[in-house]
Design a protein around this ligand. Structure first.
Ligand code: CA
Length: 222
């Protein structure tokens, strides 16, 4: 539970506690991410308006490393937040003020829907050439740091986490773009070209990021 409002925090602790859940609470976005990396919760209740790092950034960073169900709490009167939340990878949302019974019912529904195998991949990836740290969002090639945009980072992370497998442009779109609606597959192609250039992997014969004609892209461990 990532929530900065003390009254709501107290109420939710009581609610989830009496329903038999173990609750880990963080009062700001950064602490929320740290707790999630450490505790690997089965579900995250995430407020949008948070100090340090807002809920949208927390959600984006969480999605780098996990498919954990996330229920976003949006502020009253911000209807556009719902759309944004669902497009950014939230599984459900509730607008404040909400009825406790409804929150509990939605949490239970999400937990029923989710598989037991919620995956967390916050461990560092390192194959001797590429070093990728998802919690710090840092990338090194042969020990030299490379600065990537959030989309480029997610693109590389998706490829690396499925090393050896071919990912289609559509799969990459859904994993790397905040809002893939209306984005053509050409965008993926150009993003891959830019990513290769930044990483110094432009030679098509030796690049660890391979294009597989007609299918998509594959990361090949160097
Ligand atoms: Ca708040």
């Amino acid at each position: 539970m990532v929530e900065d409002d003390p009254d709501i925090t107290t109420a939710l602790r009581l609610l989830f506690g009496s329903a038999g859940y173990d609750v880990v609470h963080a009062g700001d976005g950064r602490a929320g991410l740290r707790e999630a990396y450490a505790a690997h919760p089965d579900l995250v209740v995430l407020d949008v308006g948070l100090p340090e790092m807002d809920g949208w950034s927390v959600l984006e960073r969480l999605r780098d490393i996990s498919d954990v169900p996330v229920l976003v709490l949006t502020a009253h009167g911000k209807e556009t937040d719902k759309v944004r939340g669902l497009r950014s990878g939230a599984d459900d949302y509730l607008t404040k003020p909400f009825a406790n019974a409804e929150l509990l019912a939605r949490v239970e529904a999400l937990l029923r829907r989710s598989t037991d195998a919620t995956s967390w991949t916050n461990q560092v990836y390192d194959d001797g050439v590429l070093h990728l740290d998802p919690t710090q969002r840092r990338v090194f090639v042969n020990s030299q740091e490379v600065r990537l945009t959030p989309t480029e980072f997610r693109l590389l992370n998706a490829l690396v986490r499925h090393a050896g497998a071919v990912l289609s442009a559509n799969q990459l779109l859904s994993q790397a773009w905040d809002d893939p609606t209306g984005i053509g597959q050409e965008r993926v192609k150009f993003a891959v070209l830019r990513l290769r250039r930044k990483l110094g992997w432009t030679d098509p014969d030796s690049s660890p990021i391979e294009s597989v004609r007609g299918f998509g892209y594959r990361y090949r461990r160097p």
